[in-house]
Design a protein around this ligand. Sequence first.
Ligand code: FES
Length: 152
Amino acid sequence: EKMPLKMEVNGKPHNLSVEPRSTLLDILREQLDLTGTKKGCDHGQCGACTVHVDGRRINSCLTLGVMMNGKKITTIEGLAHGDQLHPMQEAFIKHDGFQCGYCTPGQIMSAVACIREGHAGSEHEIREYMSGNICRCGAYPNIVNAIQEVKN
Ligand code: FES
């Protein structure tokens, strides 16, 4: 039986009806068509599904949708302001922080949280905080450079 779910996504209120076992990731992608958030492993191992809940990052594949009642979610689609990219998006472009791009939405959501939560003090700290976001192309040094630029 479906359950009601009220949540705000990228500033827009939604009144949904969801399966109790649906993850936030599946609800975002399948019910709200917000496919910028990626499904890599679906098991909390890769970080491709990273979004912000009330400003804090989470793996949306490990989060049940019904637990999001009353929460504010931000996805990669909610970072830019119209045509104006978020500074972290600009920095990823400038520093080549991606190759195939599959992990990029999750990387960027974690990168924004990394600075906001105060974990961008050193390269070591950044790498530690970002360690849950896997990039199979190995763009790590460029991702760190992008974060350091936005932080400064
Ligand atoms: Fe959620 Fe990999 S899809 S961590």
